[in-house]
Write a protein that binds this ligand. Structure first.
Ligand code: KG4
Ligand code: ZN
Length: 327
């Protein structure tokens, strides 16, 4: 049993969380930069890392204040090691190393996707073997987990990640960044009236979303050329229906083939209402993370690090960030 202080700064959120004994979340402070990056239609890496430098100490102090503890009460310092934006990752890593050295506490470098997966363990218990459906801005993967912290990627995307496809469609439809939550909202106001290809591909557990994304972009372009406006809610609804159909079909097929006890959904797109509705019909039990732990936050990193702490998976103090990092 341990109290873990975790830092997550892989993209445009700076977050510090404190988790006691794997389940008791004492603090989860998230400083989002969405309002800044919105103006540019996407995350600007240089701005993201500069803003992280500006706010890291404040977020850290706020987390300790919220938890009502001092750094001496912490057993280990955890940090996202990768994947992510190199400059953003560095800010969290330097802070974590400094804290670990100054307080002589162990350092735990955590894979960002392991964090997303273990967001499911904060308020739930994961039963193994399970299958994680990882759906974020950078990843679309099916991960078989025979046992705790044992990851085998059995399916991945050949091209775009699902969150990336959502955000690109959002940009073409002139929606605010990030497009994912907005398309999800609009999908529930529209109807499935357009005809888009369902990229189920072959029998594999792999995905491809670039064809679907291009079909939406081309359809919208045709309307614009005719001087007409596409019915955005209906297009959002059609796109979302097709996307969640592919995700759920592949995840359920893999879960049945691999005979897992449950499917756990992870990553920013796990907030998607259409996906939640579709997966509710799965014959294999499904767990979603609570909404507050879906998009990037340090509570999920603390949760993964708590398991690593138990398995004594500590890091050397000279570890580097890994912008590209396999699970
Ligand atoms: O996990 P995350 O916060 O960051 C990465 O690790 O990538 O995921 C961010 C992604 C973005 O692409 C965003 O549009 C998407 O998650 N997202 C959603 C929803 N909420 C966030 N996509 C679809 N529906 C949502 N409700
Ligand atoms: Zn993420």
């Amino acid at each position: 049993m341990a109290t873990i202080l975790a830092i997550e700064s892989s993209c445009d959120e700076m977050s510090v969380a404190i988790l006691k004994d794997e389940k008791e979340l004492l603090a989860n402070v998230v400083a989002s930069q969405i309002d800044i990056h919105k103006q540019y239609g996407g995350v600007v890496p240089e701005i993201a890392s500069r803003k992280h430098v500006e706010c890291v100490s404040t977020v850290l102090k706020e987390a300790l204040r919220t938890a009502n503890i001092t750094i001496d009460d912490v057993d280990a310092i955890a940090v996202t090691k990768g994947p992510g934006l190199v400059g953003s990752l560095h800010v969290g890593m330097q802070e974590a190393k400094t804290l670990a050295i100054a307080t002589n506490k162990p350092l735990i470098g955590v894979h960002h996707i392991a964090g997303h997966i273990y967001a499911n363990a904060i308020e739930n218990t994961i039963h193994y073997p399970c299958l994680a459906l990882v759906v974020s801005g950078g990843h679309t993967e099916l991960v078989y987990m025979k046992s705790e912290f044992n990851f085998e990627v059995v399916g991945t995307t050949y091209d775009d990640a699902i969150g990336e496809a959502y955000d690109k469609v959002g940009r073409v439809l002139h929606l605010p960044y990030p497009g994912g939550p907005e398309i999800d909202r609009m999908a529930h106001l529209g109807e499935h009236t357009y005809d888009l290809p369902v990229p189920l591909l072959d029998d594999s557990y792999n995905f491809s979303f670039s064809g679907l994304k291009s079909a939406v972009i081309n359809l919208n372009h045709k309307f614009e050329q005719r001087g007409e406006e596409v019915r955005k809610n209906d297009l959002a609804c059609t796109f979302q229906d097709v996307a969640v159909e592919v995700l759920s079909t592949k995840a359920i097929k893999a879960a049945v083939d691999l005979n897992v006890k449950e499917i756990i959904v992870a990553g920013g797109v796990s907030a998607n209402k259409g996906l939640r509705e579709k997966m509710a019909k799965s014959p294999v039990p499904v767990i979603f993370p609570p909404m507050k732990y879906c998009t990037d936050n340090a509570a999920m990193i603390a949760s993964a690090a708590s398991v690593m702490y138990r398995h004594e998976k500590f890091s050397e103090l000279d570890i580097s960030v890994k912008p590209h990092y396999d699970l």
